[in-house]
Ligand binder design. Sequence first.
Ligand code: GRF
Length: 229
Amino acid sequence: MPRFLRLAVLASGRGSNLQALIDAIAAGELAAEIVGVYSDKADAGALQRARDAGIPAYAITPKQFATRAEFDAALFTRIDAATPDLIVCAGYMRLITGHVVEARRGRIINIHPSLLPAFKGLHTHAQALAAGVPEHGASVHFVTADLDGGPVIAQARVPVLPGDNMETLSARVLAEEHPLLVETVRWLAAGRIVLSETGSSDTGPAEAPIHVDGAPQPPLQLGANRRFA
Ligand code: GRF
């Protein structure tokens, strides 16, 4: 049986990825509980989605603090109080202080709208269109002090089609982000994915954890080309 995972979700914006987690849990498709939603924006749509679902929602805004380290200390004190097993960054648009991340190694994941390591940072769909790549997508990765550079767990791919613009391409990617995030959290809940301590990759039998360290094992492929069964 999968573990009943306690999730904390960080989100800065509309919260459609948060909603995908809420819906999957409500449908009995994800053995998890969201113990809190945390935002650096008081007006984030994600906070309203949390309240609507009866989940504790907290806005902690950076302007209340002198430094990023003080902000992160306050934010993660609040998060730790909810004793989450896993912290999910779902459209959380701030860097997290390095030592805060390191103290939670393997317990923070992020969804990023590109096929990492391609197109780190902001404006990933514009980057993909400008580069003229035939394929784009989204990645879920463990968060490390290296921005968008932590070990990739799973990816979903979409084609870039003739005539695509930011709206069409971002919508195609977003539609794949939601199942990608739910599926990845499901596998983490089942203990099938852990961040390797040694830095070595080890793909065991299906029941065993998949140790992910970014290389040389390719990320799990989800979406149109699913490998999770
Ligand atoms: C998503 O595209 C996610 O990959 C990126 O920010 C966006 C958040 O969307 N990090 P939402 O707030 O989950 O709707």
